[in-house]
Design a protein around this ligand. Structure first.
Ligand SMILES: Cc1cc2nc3c(=O)[nH]c(=O)nc-3n(C[C@H](O)[C@H](O)[C@H](O)COP(=O)(O)OP(=O)(O)OC[C@H]3O[C@@H](n4cnc5c(N)ncnc54)[C@H](O)[C@@H]3O)c2cc1C
Length: 455
């Protein structure tokens, strides 16, 4: 039996596994091939929906596509790969419980994605929340809602101002989308909080370079900044975060303010399992080197039985007429690379030729909060409501499986009728608090769960 181990079931890995289940149906049924997917999460995260999860426009669960519901012929392993020893054809798996073990394979598919890029800024590790996972999006939303509740019952002053101050670091796509969606949510909340004035909201977007959204050209980029500023946001371009120690944000301009919420969205870095824990070839940034057909290695030095795709791989972009161009790390590429990888792997097993991965960009599109967006394809730019509708339409088509599409559409329809859901469930992070309080002699000996989360 030939064992194919897929490391990571995100966009590229999940798509590759589904395609391999189709392409190797006969072999899987006959027991000639075993497909194994290792991932510490039992689902693929549809990351483009995370900004809308933050804003309460998409249910958190609907941004996650369960592996078990859609990969019926794949053995799913709940754990992290901590090493890929390709010379020995073995991955080391650290399961959620129990001791790490070695899992031998015949073919490895490395689709572990990238991790959040962090810089050693004082206070960030203790204060900031990332923006790559469902739980982070939910926590950001709950934190804002809880802050509103607490601020509404405080007199004007430093603590109330801290609670109503939000800082995002990183003006790339995820940072801008998250920032704009949260700003949109905050403005929607105001009519329900007559105690809070719009002028009290302080939303800061901090970006080191002198522009945001590097994937769009200067003009639409400037338009987005103007849009955000018109809605009361402070966009700090050419500015770095110097410190977040003690929850006080200090910028390279010298400006300093306490911020109740700090979100870190400063881009991607190589996944350590790929960058430093494998004998597969990696480039100087730590991304797996692959050929255009997604086999690991180069044309001169291909590596047998190893394939890679997605954000964690340095994939040549043949659609860009520039020597050495690499595919941009985004979902548009990752999902298509996963599919191409699986088809090439099947072709290779059957002794047929492989095909290079070629995908001309479909353009870039971003949501800027309810009813506003921006889209660019070459010189064509669409802004405002139409771009936002295009964003929703595109992602509804793109999210895998009909079941997920139906669920997301149902939530959007309900929100169109009744408005968005503004309940904070921050208390789920301390599920025993109420019970523990009930068991104390006076029945009220513990902190309120929401306070613990929002502290
Ligand atoms: C907030 C946000 C919004 C975005 N919006 C867009 C958008 O609108 N359009 C777009 O094209 N792109 C967007 N992207 C980018 C897009 O989501 C990524 O490019 C895409 O997810 C990359 O797919 P991937 O399979 O390489 O990695 P991922 O989807 O990140 O999957 C990696 C998987 O590997 C698993 N894993 C990690 N380490 C290990 C390990 N050691 N062992 C086993 N498994 C491991 C992870 O749990 C995960 O399941 C967005 C990203 C973010 C964060």
């Amino acid at each position: 039996m030939r064992r194919i181990v897929i490391v990571g079931g995100g966009y590229a890995g999940f798509t590759a596994a589904r395609e391999l289940e189709k392409g190797l149906r006969r072999e899987l049924r006959g027991g000639d091939v075993e497909l194994v997917l290792v991932d510490p999460r039992p689902y693929m995260t549809y990351q483009p929906f995370l900004p809308e999860v933050m804003a309460g426009s998409v249910e958190a669960r609907h941004a996650a596509v369960a592996h078990r519901s859609h990969l019926r012929r794949t053995r799913l392993v709940d754990g992290s790969v901590t090493r890929v020893d390709h010379a020995d054809r073995v991955v080391v798996v650290r399961p959620r419980s129990g001791e790490p073990y070695r899992l031998p394979y015949d073919t490895v598919v490395v689709t572990a994605g990238a991790v959040t890029r962090v810089f050693p800024v004082p206070g960030v590790a203790e204060q900031a929340i990332g923006m790559k996972h469902v739980e982070e999006a939910v926590a950001i939303r709950d934190r804002l809602l809880t802050s509103f509740d607490r601020a509404a019952s405080l007199p004007r002053g430093p603590e109330r101002q801290r609670l109503l101050t939000v800082t995002f670091v990183g003006g790339g796509f995820s940072g801008v989308e998250g920032f704009a969606e949260l700003l949109s949510l905050a403005h929607d909340l105001l009519p329900r909080y007559p105690e809070i004035d719009a002028a009290e909201l302080r939303f800061h977007l901090v970006e080191l370079s002198d522009r945001i959204l590097p994937e769009v050209t200067d003009r639409p980029g400037r338009w987005v900044v103007e849009q955000l500023e018109r809605r009361g946001a402070h966009v700090h371009l050419g500015t770095g975060l110097e410190s977040a120690a003690g929850g006080v944000v200090t910028l390279s301009t010298g400006e300093s303010f306490p911020s109740g919420l700090l979100v870190w969205a400063a881009g991607n870095a190589a996944n350590p399992v790929v960058a430093t824990h494998t004998d597969l070839p990696v480039d100087r940034r730590g991304y797996v080197v692959v050929r255009p057909d997604l086999r690991v290695g180069t044309d001169d030095a291909p590596v047998d039985d190893a394939w890679a795709a997605g954000d964690g791989a340095a994939v040549p972009d043949l659609a860009v007429p520039r020597p050495g161009a690499l595919a941009v790390p985004n979902a548009q590429h990752a999902v298509r690379q996963g599919r191409r990888l699986a088809r090439n792997l099947v072709a290779d097993l059957r002794g047929r030729p492989t095909r290079p991965y070629v995908h001309g960009s479909l353009g870039v599109i971003a949501t800027l909060g309810l009813g506003s967006g921006v889209f660019q394809f070459r010189r064509v730019v669409v802004r405002g409501l139409l771009a936002w509708l295009m964003h929703r339409g595109y992602h509804l088509l793109a999210i895998p499986t009909w079941e997920r599409k139906a669920r997301v559409l149902a939530v959007w329809t309900t929100a169109a009728l009744f408005g968005r859901d503004v309940v904070s469930l921050a208390s789920v992070q301390t599920p025993r608090a109420a019970f523990a309080a009930a068991t104390t002699p006076d029945g009220a000996g513990r902190a309120q769960p929401d306070q613990e989360v929002a502290a």
